[in-house]
Design a binder for this molecule. Structure first.
Ligand code: FAD
Ligand code: EPU
Length: 337
């Protein structure tokens, strides 16, 4: 495994906060896993592109950047193709590659930053689709018994921004994922604004690539590009609450956006709760809330991870005081013990 000279993490997290770790490695070949024991790693953490993590402090242990790259079709039928993607491959490039192969299933997930290996960690989702819709297999390195094994997607406890991997952080390192993609497109255009965007683009009979283009366009309108304004996408998950509680909230706040879920529950908009609590566009020093989207926290320059986290805590308290709801952070938060 390649050990990097610098242990600085600023260029390895999309919040662009300064932090360091004990040692920093890059995993480029799976055969490097055979020498793991020799390295005597301390509380190792695997990182992809760092677009869903906040370092509020230095990381006391070793960090391994997943740089396993490559993707190929490993099997195909008349209707489907099975695609294996190495964990360190760029996610958006994987989406574009799949479309070039004439395969559909990933188009609604275009332009999500990060690596393919991180995609199952929080079951990435956007525009009405989650990776659980196409995920078949995940090959992991199990740190408990130092061996690789294949897991079926249905054993990964994938839910809304949730998985077995999030519940047991650092036990499994994802080495590659296998996706079942379709040769016969079944486009999903139900998400608010997607069909209208295609109409505005003059697309009458959309193909999968048109959907990807429309999704990219919508995302570029709403979400700041981390290369220009450092952020980690949505900072909080949308709360999922009982329908009874939703009815109570709607009595006082009829405009609260909500979407039905299974088991008499509904998802409600965290962005709306934050905006209604008065935090949209707020800024303390270099840590702020996007004026364009209340769910995006931004490091405008030199904010520390601790300052971004303090802002998040203040927002959480405000939403708790106003609505009696506790928002949960979406990114992984690295804090001092
Ligand atoms: P990292 O930030 O590197 O890691 C995230 C977590 O996964 C960490 O806990 C890390 O330890 C773990 N991890 C990473 N790789 C591995 C691996 N190979 N094995 C084991 N553990 C691993 N997410 C969505 O779901 N939908 C969106 O629409 C969306 N939009 C975004 C928009 C912007 C502008 C940004 C910055 C982020 C957005 N995100 C979105 C969040 C982010 O893109 C995803 O969570 C993505 O999957 C993170 O990939 P990464 O490689 O950067 O993960
Ligand atoms: N809204 C506000 N104020 C705002 C922004 C939005 O009130 O400042 C309301 C609007 O009414 C809007 C609703 O919130 O209709 C939902 O907004 P949006 O469509 O932007 O979706 P979101 O719930 O904010 C979720 C995901 C995104 C994903 C989009 C598109 C979560 C936590 N976030 O955002 O994922 O890209 O839907 O599907 O589920 C991420 O996880 O990092 C992420 C960006």
């Amino acid at each position: 495994m390649k050990q990097l000279e610098s242990t600085g993490l600023q260029s390895h997290n999309s919040f662009s906060v300064t932090a360091s770790c004990r040692r920093l490695f890059a995993l480029e070949h799976t055969h490097d896993l055979a020498e793991l024991k020799k390295l005597q790693l301390q509380t190792p953490l695997m990182l992809g592109a760092g677009s869903n993590i906040l370092f509020t402090t230095d990381y006391p242990g070793d960090i391994i950047l997943n740089r396993l790259r490559g993707r190929q079709i490993i099997d195909a039928t008349d209707k489907h193709a099975y695609v294996r993607v190495q964990a360190g491959s760029d996610w958006h490039k994987t989406v574009l590659w799949s479309l070039k192969q004439g395969l559909s299933g990933l188009e609604n997930l275009a332009l999500i930053p990060g690596t393919a290996g991180a995609a199952p960690i929080q079951n990435i989702g956007a525009y009405g689709v989650e990776i659980s819709d196409t995920l078949e297999l995940v090959e992991v390195w199990d740190n408990k018994n130092n061996s690789a094994r294949m897991m079926k997607a249905q054993d990964c406890q994938l839910g809304y921004r949730d998985s077995l991997f999030r519940r047991q952080p650092d036990r499994y390192w994802i080495l590659n994922i296998t996706l079942k993609l379709s040769r016969v497109p079944r486009l999903r255009l139900g998400y608010k604004g997607l069909k209208q965007k295609l109409d505005s683009m003059g697309v009458e009979q959309p193909q999968a690539i048109d959907v990807a283009n429309a999704v990219c366009s919508l995302r570029n309108e709403k979400l700041p590009n981390p290369a220009q304004l450092a952020n980690a996408g949505s900072f909080f998950k949308n709360p999922i609450i009982d329908n009874q509680l939703l009815q109570l909230l709607l009595q006082d706040h009829p405009q609260l956006p909500h979407w039905p879920q299974e088991n008499s529950k509904s998802k409600i908009s965290a962005a709306w709760l934050i905006e209604a609590s008065g935090w949209k566009g707020h800024r303390t020093g270099d840590a702020g809330v996007s004026p364009d989207h209340a769910l995006i926290l931004i490091n405008y320059g030199k904010a520390s991870g601790a300052e971004v986290w303090q802002l998040a805590e203040n927002i959480r308290s405000a939403v708790k005081n106003k609505f009696n709801l506790l928002l949960k952070a979406e990114p992984r938060i690295i804090q001092a013990n």
